[in-house]
Ligand binder design. Structure first.
Ligand SMILES: NC(=O)C1=CN([C@@H]2O[C@H](COP(=O)(O)OP(=O)(O)OC[C@H]3O[C@@H](n4cnc5c(N)ncnc54)[C@H](OP(=O)(O)O)[C@@H]3O)[C@@H](O)[C@H]2O)C=CC1
Ligand SMILES: O=C(OP(=O)(O)O)[C@H](O)COP(=O)(O)O
Length: 337
């Protein structure tokens, strides 16, 4: 059993903790937070040992009636691997801690690529992360793009990717984010940071990305155009994607017209927190024109990186190869709508 520490128990960290607990070959050793709040209370309720991320604030937990198992240093020292899911930039500050205890660490997409040995997407470059000490699970958007590009590259070859990303303004709990009533070119410079980020997974890829932010919280939406190296029929691409467990092709018959109905479907299907771990591609949007492929896909920013973190744990610990790990993760979580 791999003993996994989760440092940073917010949107991503709490989901990774639940997903790790569901795996047959790993356990949550504990989770670390800086302060007591509703997430600290639910961590305790779920039976996750709670560690203090900042020593001087440890007494705040006691004042709130929450038992602390120890300082984060103890957690990192005992873990086989640590998943850092702290806010952007904090992971970089924590790197020295993980090095001090010689504990392999996973970081999230908010960290810079040059912090780590390898940027990771399970479907695309699992092997690069085997036995690495510092691995970054790329952002929700980069994960979503990589999952589509990998099979297209393997099957047809990719000449050029052009993607427009309509990004949600903030997560549902982020009341301080926006815009409230606007459509922002964001980042206004082109390409957006997503293209270079996808190139950390596929170094030789030609990709341009444009980003926007809109007053929505549920999901991102991608409009994709990929120029392939050969003429392709749309039905063939649909068949290719149907074999990819982390691509959900939304059937026309379901009458799912956007992020709202997708989330409603996830909740009806009994998904925890209404999470959609898969890219959600509208099957009718999958079109081709000669060598050009087009589609729309919804990306659930809070959850698509969760199975990727689980696979990255197996990669850095050398516990399984890509195919075995992805299959185990998918089965344990119930991935494949
Ligand atoms: N949300 C998203 O859509 C996605 C986020 N990411 C990336 O994942 C990472 C985490 O993002 P997200 O989960 O959204 O962030 P959140 O703010 O939701 O969660 C991070 C948590 O870390 C805790 N924290 C803050 N400082 C420390 C510290 N020094 N040590 C330990 N814990 C700390 C905070 O809780 P507290 O202070 O209460 O302990 C906070 O709840 C970022 O790199 C982000 O870019 C990637 C894909 C999608
Ligand atoms: O990594 C993400 O988005 P991004 O790839 O658009 O930067 C996550 O959805 C977090 O995005 P944020 O940087 O808008 O918080």
């Amino acid at each position: 059993m791999q003993q996994v520490a989760i440092n940073g128990y917010g949107t991503i960290g709490k989901r990774v903790a639940d997903a790790v607990r569901q795996q047959p070959d790993m356990e949550v050793l504990g989770v670390a937070k800086t302060r007591p709040n509703f997430e600290a209370e639910t961590a305790i309720d779920k039976g996750f040992p709670l560690y203090a991320a900042v020593e001087e604030r440890e007494e705040l937990f006691a004042e709130a009636g929450l038992e602390i198992a120890g300082p984060v240093e103890d957690l990192v020292a005992e873990a086989d691997v640590v998943v850092d899911a702290t806010p952007s930039g904090i992971g970089a500050q924590n790197k020295a801690l993980y090095e001090e205890y010689d504990t392999p660490a996973l970081y999230q997409g908010g960290e810079d690529a040059d912090l780590v040995d390898v940027s990771f997407n399970a479907r695309s470059n699992f092997e690069d992360a085997v036995d690495a000490d510092h691995v970054r699970v790329v952002s929700c958007n980069t994960t979503g793009l990589s999952r589509v590009i990998a099979p297209l590259r393997e099957e047809y070859g990719v000449e050029k990717v052009r993607a427009t990303l309509v990004r949600r303004g903030g997560d549902p709990g982020q009341s301080d984010r926006g815009p409230i009533n606007d459509i922002l070119p964001n980042p206004v410079t082109i390409p957006s940071h997503h293209g270079p980020d996808v190139e950390t997974i596929f170094p030789d890829l030609d990709i341009d990305t444009l980003g926007m932010k809109v007053p929505a919280t549920l999901m991102h939406m991608h409009s994709l155009n990929v120029t392939l190296e050969e003429d392709v029929d749309a039905a063939e691409v649909r068949d290719l994607f149907a074999d990819e467990s982390r691509l959900f092709l939304i059937p026309e018959r379901m009458n799912i017209d956007g992020s709202g109905t997708l989330k409603e479907y996830a909740l009806d299907a009994g998904r925890p927190r209404g999470d959609l771990w898969e890219n959600c591609l509208w099957a009718e949007s999958i079109s081709t024109e000669g060598r050009d492929f087009y589609c729309f896909q919804g990306i659930h920013q809070e959850s698509d990186v969760v199975p990727e973190n689980v696979d990255a744990i197996r990669a850095v610990t050398g516990a399984a190869d890509a195919e075995e790990s992805i299959a185990t993760t998918d089965e344990a979580l119930g991935i494949g709508l």
